[in-house]
Design a protein around this ligand. Structure first.
Ligand SMILES: [Zn+2]
Length: 337
């Protein structure tokens, strides 16, 4: 169960949520009910490196407090969602997330805490998104659920018996590196046929481009005006009815679907929530996922399983960071999960 601080005595207290993504940086403050204020977003400009970006996070938190009309003294904690791998206990980012160069070994939680004077809690982005949907989303209260993000990468947060499942070393949730084709293409991780090789935004785009090179008609290359074709370009083309783009999303959806099938058989899930930038394709991604799950999950495991789109949308990272901080501050009442 998720323990959170009781704020009934001090209703003005807030937590800042930070969503540190490779593309965008989002900040807001929120009270215990998940009501956000002072929402700010800007490009991460990952090339600027950790020192500049950490200063920017501090500045955005202070700006967010001002916009929300909240005194700085009412800030009691900060939650940060960031790409893994990271150590959520020590608050250190490990290795080097591919979309955040130069962050290996950065003591992000300590550095923010030293400047802001409050506890800072670091958690993987997919894990905080799972918490957001579990605590504040339309399906709050579900104790056994999987949140999958289909975006630049493919990851997941797993809630089991009302608790975030971290695993022995906190590396749980690498849904994107589950194998769906052991003779498939080589993934960056060194394995073959990972879900991410089919379903991540860049890999969906690469598949569509390979078909265009082989002569297939598509408007995808016309839609892309600012640099290389991206997963979001494919989504836009698919929504406009482009058959090749739709086929790319269908293929991605089936790969994600077979990942869910395997996991559902293993842990008997109640709910799967699908979010991330590619999920903005709506039914074009979700329907092949649901069809695959319905067609392949066995018996009673299938009868209790629902697959739904995210209910929070682009604020999921910020709200999840808030939920993570409240949860880890760990006193007072529990969320009814
Ligand atoms: Zn992989």
């Amino acid at each position: 169960m998720f323990d959170v601080v009781t704020m009934s005595d001090e209703d003005s207290r807030v937590v800042a949520g930070v969503d540190l993504g490779g593309t965008n940086l989002r900040v807001a403050v929120a009270d215990q009910s998940g009501s956000t204020a002072g929402f700010l977003t800007c490009p991460t400009e990952a090339f600027a490196g950790p020192d500049v970006i950490i200063d920017r996070i501090v500045s955005m938190i202070r700006q967010s407090l001002v916009r929300a009309n909240v005194e700085a003294t009412e800030l009691v904690a900060v939650g940060v969602g960031a790409p893994g791998p990271l150590d959520s206990v020590s608050g250190v980012i490990h290795n080097e997330p591919t979309n955040l160069p130069g962050w290996n070994g950065i003591r992000l939680a300590d550095r923010l805490s030293e400047v802001l004077g409050v506890p800072v809690f670091l958690e993987k982005d997919a894990n905080v998104a799972a918490l957001a949907e579990c605590v504040y989303g339309r399906n709050c209260g579900v104790a056994n659920m999987l949140y999958i993000t289909v975006s630049t990468g493919v990851g997941a947060g797993l809630i089991l018996n009302g608790e975030l499942w971290q695993g022995v070393h906190g590396t749980a949730g690498e849904f994107g590196h589950m194998t769906v084709d052991f003779e498939g293409p080589l993934c960056d991780c060194g394995n073959r046929g990972c879900i991410q090789e089919v379903a991540s935004g860049p890999n969906i785009a690469a598949w569509v481009l390979s078909k265009i090179s082989a002569g297939a008609p598509s408007i995808v290359t016309e839609i892309s005006v600012d640099g290389p074709v991206s997963g979001r370009d494919v989504v836009r083309a698919a929504v406009d009815g482009d058959e090749l783009a739709i086929a790319g999303l269908d293929r991605a959806g089936r790969a994600v679907g077979f990942g869910i099938v395997s996991l559902a058989h293993m842990v008997n899930l109640e709910l799967v929530v699908v979010g991330g930038g590619i999920a903005n394709a709506g039914a074009l991604l979700l329907d092949p996922i649901i069809q695959t799950v319905r067609g392949h999950v066995l018996g009673s495991t299938a009868s209790s399983l629902r697959v739904v789109p995210w209910s929070i949308g682009e604020e999921v990272g910020v709200l999840g960071a808030v939920a993570s901080a409240y949860s880890r501050m760990g006193s007072g009442r529990e969320f009814s999960v």
